[in-house]
Design a protein around this ligand. Sequence first.
Ligand code: GDP
Ligand code: MG
Length: 297
Amino acid sequence: MFKSGFVTIIGRPNVGKSTLMNHIIGRKVAIMSNKPQTTRNRIQTILTTEEEQIIFIDTPGIHRPKHKLGEFMNKTALSTFSEVDNVLFLVEPDKYVGAGDRYIIEQLEHVTTPVTLVINKIDTITKPEILPVIDAFRKLYDFEDIIPISALKGESTDLLLGAIRKHLTEGPQFFPDGMISDQPEKQLIAELIREKTLFLLKEEVPHGIAVVIELFEQREDSDIIDVKATIICERKAHKPIILGKQGSMIKNIGIKSRQDIQGLLGSRVHLELWVKVKESWRNNDFLIRNYGYDGRQ
Ligand code: GDP
Ligand code: MG
C-alpha cells in the first residue's frame, strides 16, 4: 500500500526550516541563510521512497506583519494549515517562549491538523536543558508529538520522519521519482542570487531587495546557459552599495551566484547582473504580484 501526504513547516524566521528540509532531501533546494526571511515562496520539496511520498511545504516565516508583503506572507503560511496532513512547528531550544512563538501558537488555536513541535538546534544546548523547553511549550498547546532535533547535524531527524509517517494515508504518488522540487529553475536561481546578495552585503542593505530573472536560455552552439538577472532595491542610496567600489561588490555577487547556479543546473553558466531602484515596492500590491509573490499560489 503506497502512502503519501503533505507536511508544512512553520516557525519564526531563522529557526532552521530550510536547513531541515535540505537535510531531509539531501540537496540544496530551499535557501539557507543566517538572515531571516530569505524564503519567500512556498517551496515544495519531495521525499519519495519505495513505500511513500512526503511533500514538504516551506512557508515564509510567520511574524506580526509590518507591511503588505509581511501580511501576504502570513496569509500564505496560514492558508496551508488546513490543507496538509501534518504541521511541523519549528522552535529554538529556549525555555522562555517568545512573543513570536506565542503569536504562532495563537494562530494554531483553531487548526485541526495534528501539529508536531520540533525543537531544533539541540546541538547548542546540553541534554538536561531540553526538558524545561519541552515543558514550557507543552503548557501552551496540545502538540501531537514533541521531537528535539538538530537539523544541522542530522540528529534525530529519522525520529521526526517516523513521526511524520504516522500521518500519511494511503494515496497516490503525486510527483514522479527523482523530482525534488516543483519550483521552476528560474525561481530557484533568483533565490540563490538573493541569498548571495544579502550574505555579501551583511547589514548594509536591509531586506528590501528582490531578484528578477530576465533571461534564462541554453546556447544553441554550446552547453553554456545564459542568465540575465536584475537585483531590485528599494532606495537610490542602496544601488551604489550593491554595485560596490568600481563594481567590486556586484562582481563578487556574480562570482558566488554563478558557482551555485552551475552546481544547481550541472552546466556552465554565463551570468549578467543588473541593479535597479524601485522605491517602496514592498508596500505596493501591483509590484508584489509583478515580482512573483502571488497570493493565488
Ligand atoms: P529558516 O529561516 O527557518 O529557513 O532558517 P535557516 O534554515 O535558513 O537557518 C538559519 C540559521 O540557523 C542558519 O545559519 C543555519 O545554519 C542555522 N541552523 C539551522 N539548524 C540548525 C541546528 O540544528 N543547529 C545549529 N547550531 N544551527 C542551525
Ligand atoms: Mg528558510
